[in-house]
Write a protein that binds this ligand. Structure first.
Ligand code: ATP
Ligand code: MG
Length: 764
């Protein structure tokens, strides 16, 4: 087969693919869908018709995600730079700069988190104070038959739908990538999948505004996921020393402008973000490692920890100052409230904790299942933007209505004095009493978790907590997946805390003479179990819960029992919510382990062939045509080509589409070498990172048709090669561990036989 046939063949394969590709519209095609290319050429190979795979006209069944280039391209230009740096002792300086960037990431992420936190706190304070006054002034307190909640209800609806509609509109119309928690997106990014617009400044601004409006609007969500995302954007922005959005290059940190370096900073940013959300530095770092990271090493962990600690320290300073406290004594850093008494447990409680874990696993798996169904329904039946905004508003209204109905129908009055809430609402209660139902609803979800952990025994009726659990379970399930920026951690913890406390109350009701049934303790275990059931994390969650509540290390054991049991039970039904979301959106992330179906397969069973290759010295217009004719991002560079069959050539390296485009754009041809060689360096390629121009931006080559490109100094001369007989599970490990984008399958004679990309590991 000639190269001409090979290109055609590839095209046919592509056309039979999953529909993510198609014939470009508006281009002249014959009925087979082939573009007729009339370029004059001396080379027979260059007149082949090339199938266009750049855009699609039919429905997309699977989005066509591209990968990131985590493999460092160690080409001749890279080695030149390394040599120069060695002379200038730059590698030591680069290391120091790296540390400085991590520290900056910690500080800036914390400052953003503080700002979000303070705005949410102030606005919520205003909202719930206003509602309390509305209740006090408009609800007659006396007669049961005279109950009327209409005016506060209307105010409440208004105070919910205004911020929620603003938040949903921002997300829907300005930056849809900011919808949801952001953790699945950051996780996919760290796994090597390019998620468009995920780390842009605009994304950060919308995310911050989105989370503030949604939490203040009273939706069942929290700020932790958005904080991770915010940290990731900060990291990606700072480490690059330039903003593509504002077209501003500060001309610093140029050495860090590649996917590999950026990935490590993003991990640090994510950790700093969780830390800032919870005030939990170790938990923040572990959360990033356990949930988000796909690659790590000792140095990276160390730097990530420093970013987290700096973030928590900054948070402490700012919040202590904001609350007017001396030193760094702000106890609000225990976000979920510090337990006054050390939490103790009896050994016979361990089976109870395990049962709570089982309940958490079952409830979590059901929640994930229902949430996935709801989101699939949404995707199918609510495609319009306005519909998405209205849906968020509707859910906010349903939430307020259910909460008001609960307040209306359940009389749960408690004596004042015992009341831990800041603004106790009297609502339908006698003087010197407050309404326990209103106390649960008239605050942010995070504050409610705090109340459930720390309210003294006897603060609620069983019915109150049972209804609250039910309503919040359903509400949070319907909320996660709306087009708003919200995380799932706090509502999940809240549901768990509510049913955990409920279990303690029920047990106490059945066995009144027991003294180990501390409701806060059971609320904490319930929260852990529910979190384990939904998120399926263990280490970081237990550490975050410990750091945010200040419980002693001895209580780690019950927490981990509940978490692990919940995870095991949940895992036997479905995956954690973040992984489920990734799967539903068909994001091709590589799992930790190869899937069982790979057992017994060889590289030749999954590789693509014939491969579109480029000769070590090839004609400019062939390269131009290849780039125009296919969507691939990596091309093996070959020599020793016999019968003009590039697809059977001997492998010398690999070259990326982005590099080829820069070569064509800058006319880096052999014929005019003397003009560009002196000023061409690896920086020439970095300058256009990360928004590489597309092939459309390269002008028709016209008189440069027959110019030659010599790829020897640009290509990566050491691509990872595997033999066609190598086992797939083994090559998967290599691909995964090295963060590869392309893997070349070769014959025993080092001739190209096939190419393997992320897609081949996932969809074959
Ligand atoms: P990624 O999508 O992971 O960023 P890529 O864009 O280079 O990498 P795709 O073009 O999306 O890879 O891969 C789609 C299919 O085409 C895969 O099955 C892959 O094996 C195959 N493929 C990739 N590069 C080539 C090539 N140069 N020649 C022939 N087939 C290729
Ligand atoms: Mg691709």
């Amino acid at each position: 087969m000639t190269d001409r046939e090979s290109l055609l063949n590839i095209s046919k394969e592509a056309s039979e693919d999953d529909g993510a590709i198609g014939v470009i519209s508006g281009m002249p095609t014959d009925e087979t869908g082939l573009l007729t290319n009339n370029t004059n050429s001396n080379d027979n190979n260059q007149t082949e018709p090339i199938f266009y795979v750049r855009s699609r006209t039919t429905a997309v069944s699977r989005p066509n995600y591209e990968s990131l280039d985590y493999e460092v391209c160690e080409n001749a230009l890279f080695h030149d730079e390394e040599r120069k740096r060695l002379q200038e002792r730059f590698s030591i300086r680069k290391d120091v700069i790296r540390w400085i960037i991590f520290i900056q990431i910690g500080i800036i992420t914390a400052l953003i988190a503080c700002t979000i936190d303070i705005i949410i706190e102030e606005l919520s304070e205003f909202k719930y104070k206003f509602l309390k006054n509305a209740v006090d002034n408009n609800v007659p307190m006396t007669d049961d038959s005279d109950r009327d909640l209409a005016i506060p209800f209307l105010y409440w609806i208004l105070l919910s739908i205004v911020p929620v509609s603003v938040g949903a509109a921002l997300v829907t119309y300005i930056e849809p990538i900011t919808a949801g928690s952001g953790i699945p997106q950051v996780k996919s990014y760290l796994n090597g999948v390019q998620i468009p617009r995920i780390v842009r400044i605009k994304t950060l601004a919308v995310k911050a505004a989105g989370v503030i409006t949604s939490v203040v609007g009273g939706l069942a969500g929290g700020k932790e996921g958005p904080m991770i995302h915010a940290g990731a954007v900060v990291a990606a922005g700072i480490s690059q020393g330039k903003s593509t959005t504002f077209v501003k290059d500060f001309r610093i940190f140029k050495a860090f402008r590649d996917d590999h370096e950026k990935r490590d900073f993003v991990l640090g940013g994510g950790a700093a973000g969780v830390t800032a959300a919870f005030g939990a530095p170790i938990g923040g770092m572990l959360f990033s490692l356990e949930e988000a990271a796909s690659f790590w090493n000792q140095n990276l962990i160390w730097r990530t920890l420093v970013a987290s600690i700096i973030s928590s320290f900054t948070l402490n300073i700012v919040l202590s100052t904001y609350h007017g406290l001396d030193g760094f004594t702000f106890t609000g850093l225990f976000n979920l409230g510090k337990f006054d008494q050390p939490l103790t447990f009896e050994y016979f409680e361990l089976p109870i904790f395990m049962l709570l874990g089982i309940a958490g696993g079952l409830l979590g798996a059901t929640w994930n299942f229902m949430n996935t169904r709801i989101n699939k329904f949404r995707k199918r039946y609510i495609p319009w933007k306005i519909g998405k905004v209205l849906e968020a508003v509707l859910i906010a209204m349903v939430g307020v209505t259910l909460a008001s109905a609960m307040m209306f129908f359940i009389s749960d009055c408690r004596p004042l004095g015992n009341d831990p809430t800041i603004h106790p609402v009297q609502l339908f209660c006698k003087d010197n009493e407050y309404n326990a139902v209103a106390a649960l609803w008239f605050q942010t979800p995070e504050a409610t978790v705090r109340s459930l952990f720390h309210d003294p025994p006897g603060s609620h009726q069983i019915l109150t907590l049972a209804m609250f659990t039910l309503i919040y379970y359903v509400l949070s399930c319907a909320t996660f997946g709306l087009n708003v920026s919200l995380g799932v951690f706090i509502p999940t913890a809240l549901v768990g805390a509510a049913w955990g406390r409920l279990v303690a109350m029920l047990l106490f009701y059945l066995f009144p003479e027991t003294n180990f049934l501390h409701p806060g303790k059971y609320a904490l275990i319930g929260a852990a179990a529910n979190l384990g059931g939904v998120l399926r994390m263990t280490i970081s969650l237990s550490v975050i819960l410990m750091e945010t509540t200040g419980v002693e290390t001895s209580f780690f054991f019950p927490l981990i029992i509940a978490l692990i049991t919940a995870k095991w039970v949940g895992d036997s039904f479905n995956e954690g919510i973040y992984d489920t979301q990734i799967e539903v959106n068909h994001v091709p992330i590589l799992p930790w382990e190869p899937i069982p179906q790979f057992k017994g397969l060889k590289a030749r069973d999954i590789m693509s062939k014939p491969v579109i290759c480029i000769k070590l010295q090839d004609k400019a217009h062939y390269i131009y045509k290849v780039l125009n004719g296919c969507n691939h991002n990596g091309f093996p560079v070959v020599d020793n080509v016999q019968n003009n069959l590039r697809s059977k050539g001997r492998v010398c390296g690999i070259i990326l589409r982005s590099q080829l485009i820069v070569i064509l754009l800058k006319s880096l041809y052999v014929e005019n070498k003397r003009f560009w060689v002196p000023e061409t360096s690896i920086q020439t390629f970095r300058d256009v990172y990360p928004r590489y121009p597309s092939i459309e931006s390269v002008r028709q080559l016209d008189n440069k048709e027959n110019y030659t490109v010599d790829l020897s100094m640009f290509m990566n001369p050491s691509p990872i090669r595997v033999n066609t007989h190598d086992s797939v599970p083994k090559i998967f490990q290599t691909f995964r561990a090295l963060g590869l984008r392309h893997m070349l399958a070769i014959t025993n004679e080092n001739r190209i036989a096939g190419i393997i990309t992320r897609r081949d590991f996932i969809y074959k």
